[in-house]
Design a protein around this ligand. Structure first.
Ligand code: ADP
Ligand code: MG
Length: 368
């Protein structure tokens, strides 16, 4: 999807300070975000972080303890599920076993009072889109897992809902099929211009399918952004660690005449004074540095200078496309490096001292 267009897209749904309490448990804690028309948003977070509760609140199966939910600008907070124009694909698909594929897909149209001929026409159109036109008269049990999922998706899309909700869409599929269905679902929902909210605990699934990802932790929205934004600009250690692979180094800050240094035992990060990240650090004593494994250069031990570190190689692993090094720092912490610099690494071995270098622009600082 075109990122510029998407940023200007109209708002499909707004959550305003939505909370849900179950006794003392804050399943959702003051969650606010906007969903744009036509976007694929994934709610990502560990088990128990509030993803399903959010989805159920959007669908109307549960009522928030506090906050508001607007769909297309209208307050839908107290409106029952059947009065919201929302499509849902459940984890187990929930297809009707006694109905054919075409009857299953036509069902949401039937409940909306649409006549049989029109139901069959629109059902067949959806079956074409999901590539199952040849299966119209089969029953669900005669279909594979991936095919059943596409039927469930067709049924969730056939009445052109304002929003389609997918709860752990890949949960019932084996690993190999997952990768394939992620791409297919992404293509199908984009082809029909659907606005989608999906839920997963699988980082890769979120990265593959989403325009934006909302990261949940303990019922709170930690951060929302495009996969690229979350990777490049994580605002917390949790997000840095959850999206991609991150080395998190905790150090002390020191303000110098020409900049700010974050340093630990045997490593330092030095940021110029005019760097906004550096400026933000002048008021703190400690900080966390996010170093991505592919952004660290392996250099000879004893190379002096700023933006560098040193340690002992604990493991050196050859993965064909790259080397992976695990380096033990002086303070006992580990740093992972991924490198394709064969010339630099070929001669190094476990037990050797190694130097590391990085560029200030590759560093993300999380104030502590
Ligand atoms: P996720 O889908 O991210 O795994 P949930 O939204 O299902 O998380 O749950 C968030 C928190 O709310 C968890 O601590 C869970 O135990 C609690 N919770 C969810 N539903 C209920 C319920 N019906 N009654 C009591 N606690 C619940
Ligand atoms: Mg869940």
């Amino acid at each position: 999807m075109n990122a510029v267009l998407q940023n200007n897209a109209a708002t499909a749904m707004t959550l305003e300070g939505v909370s849900k309490l179950y006794g003392p448990v804050k399943a959702l804690d003051n969650v606010s975000f906007e969903l744009r028309k036509g976007e694929f948003l994934t709610m990502l977070g560990p088990s128990g972080s509030g993803k399903t509760t959010s989805l159920r609140a959007i669908a109307g199966f549960i009522q928030p303890t506090a906050g508001r939910l607007l769909i297309d600008g209208r307050d839908m907070t107290g409106v029952p599920p059947q009065k919201r124009n929302i499509g849902m694909m459940f984890q187990d698909y929930a297809l009707f076993p006694h109905m054919t594929v075409l009857e299953n897909i036509g069902y949401p149209l039937e409940t909306r009072g649409i006549k049989r001929a029109e139901r069959e026409k629109r059902g067949m159109e959806m079956l074409e889109i999901v590539g199952l036109a040849h299966c119209a008269t089969r029953y669900p049990k005669e279909m594979s897992g991936g095919q059943q999922q596409r039927v469930a998706l067709a049924r969730a899309l056939v009445f052109k809902p304002d929003i389609v909700l997918l709860d752990e869409p890949m949960a019932a599929l084996d690993k190999k099929l997952r990768g394939q269905m992620q791409i297919e679902i992404m293509h199908i929902t984009r082809q029909v211009g659907a606005t989608v909210v999906s839920v997963t605990h699988d980082q890769e699934e979120a990265l593959v399918m989403s325009d934006r990802i909302a990261i949940f932790k303990d019922g709170r929205l930690e951060q929302i952004g495009s996969p690229h934004e979350l990777y490049q600009q994580p605002r917390s250690e949790f997000v840095a660690d959850f999206i991609g692979e991150a080395n998190l180094l905790h150090g002390k800050t020191r303000v110098m005449p020409d900049g700010v240094v974050v340093e630990g035992d045997g490593w330092n990060v030095s940021l110029p004074k005019d760097d906004p990240q550096g400026q933000a650090l002048t008021a703190t004593n400690t900080a966390c540095v996010v170093l991505r494994p592919e952004r660290i250069r392996a250099v000879a031990a004893g190379s002096p200078g700023g933006n560098a570190g040193e340690g002992v190689i604990e493991d050196k692993i050859y993965l064909g496309v790259e080397y992976r090094l695990v380096v033990r720092m002086n303070d006992g912490g580990k740093v992972n490096i991924r490198s394709r610099d064969v010339a630099a690494i070929a001669g190094m071995k476990a037990g050797d001292r190694i130097g590391m270098a990085w560029a200030p622009e590759d560093i993300v600082i999380i104030g502590a």
